[in-house]
Design a protein around this ligand. Structure first.
Ligand code: SAH
Ligand code: AVI
Length: 335
């Protein structure tokens, strides 16, 4: 445990000698040296500026995901709570902690409101969200955990009466090949009968997807470039973010949106903490995010061997977005 502040109900977890900067330096180094396509882990978008930019994205007309998922949650929250009968909600990648309220309200209506835990990589946002939830839901015990949901989930401890939430389509930001192992790692923190609600952005027309990641106001472009600012701030690098242009396209074969940063001009970039000095030529690209889109079938295929099964699959009338309610079976999560 790197640091914990029990008075605020916030604790931090981490690997690599519990040094987040060393962990980031190692990941950035490995990613930028990857060939043929250098990559950066998309979790590094989310410093305070990046988290605020994500919120701005959710308000653009082109980004249908957030409003669609919120409307769907409003419709199905009571059914989800009745089916899962939780005493504790856990949200992975909780962000501003707004959507969880729809489920807390449904728990309150049943008199089941007891505990909730928000898990996110951005400490300040977590801190604010936990404080707001405690203020708005008297009697609720709210906790926050700062960590990486792909590595640190064991901190959740054993499940039982638990409903885990993974909303926004954030599962799409994991490489599809990594999804079964991730799902199994969540299942390990669930007791038999516990629930897991996963938000999925569905496969749809390329033009709709393209617009959502290329908004006219350029908010997504700013969000994309923010990853370079985060590397500058945390690793002492000297990227000029404006020397890179935002690129986002739909890969129809892989069924994912890919975001890249493309060098507009030649530059030499130093990243002292990662021991790197890199030369970029015009046109060189770095992949910063994938955002995989699913169908009911392609998602179900990821569940094999994970000890999770689909209990319900909800979609909005336009079939833009889905909420899959999974149940932990008695099996042992395999992967
Ligand atoms: N759940 C919110 C926010 C989604 S944005 C919503 O529905 O709007 C994705 C969130 O996941 C951000 O808050 C980001 O900080 C967090 N995040 C991204 N990668 C993460 C990781 N590897 N571990 C923990 N949190 C992560
Ligand atoms: C958080 N995640 C689901 C968003 C997505 O759509 O993949 C992040 C994002 N990237 C660009 N716009 C929004």
């Amino acid at each position: 445990m790197a640091r914990s502040d029990a008075s605020r109900g916030i604790s931090a977890v981490g690997a690599v000698g519990d040094d987040p900067a060393a962990r980031m330096a190692a990941e950035v180094r490995a990613g930028l040296l990857t060939r043929p396509l250098p990559t950066l882990p998309s979790k590094y978008f989310y410093d305070d500026r990046g988290s605020a930019l994500f919120e701005d994205i959710t308000r653009t007309t082109e980004y249908y995901q957030t409003r669609t998922e919120e409307a769907l949650l409003e419709t199905v929250a009571d059914r989800v709570i009745a089916a899962a009968a939780p005493r504790e909600l856990v949200e992975l990648g909780s962000g501003v902690g707004r959507k969880i309220r729809l489920l807390l309200d449904a728990m309150k209506r049943r008199g089941w409101l007891e505990r909730c835990l928000l898990f996110d990589i951005n400490e300040r946002m977590l801190d604010q969200s936990v404080a707001r939830l405690e203020g708005d839901y008297p009697g609720l015990v709210a906790r926050g955990v700062v960590g990486d949901f792909t590595e640190d989930l064991s901190v959740l401890g054993p499940g039982g009466d638990r409903l885990v939430l993974f909303l926004a389509g954030t599962i799409g930001n994991l490489h599809p090949d990594e999804v079964p192992a991730f799902l199994a790692s969540v299942a390990r923190q669930m007791g038999p009968g516990d629930g897991f609600l996963v938000g999925l952005d569905l496969v749809k027309s390329e033009s709709r997807l393209h617009a959502a990641y290329n908004d006219a106001a350029g908010v997504t472009a700013e969000f994309n470039r923010n990853i370079l600012r985060v590397i500058n701030d945390r690793l002492g690098a000297d990227f000029d973010p404006l020397a890179f242009e935002h690129v986002a396209f739909y890969d129809r074969k892989r069924q994912w949106i890919e975001m890249r940063l493309r060098a507009r001009s030649a530059s030499r970039v130093r990243i002292p903490a990662a021991g790197l000095e890199l030369d970029y030529r015009p046109g060189d690209e770095i992949r910063t995010e994938i955002s995989a889109k699913y169908t009911r079938e392609t998602f179900a295929a990821k569940l094999l061997g994970t000890a999770l099964r689909v209990e319900e699959f909800f979609t909005d009338p336009e079939k833009l977005f889905a909420l899959a309610l999974l149940e932990r079976t008695e099996e042992t999560p395999g992967r």
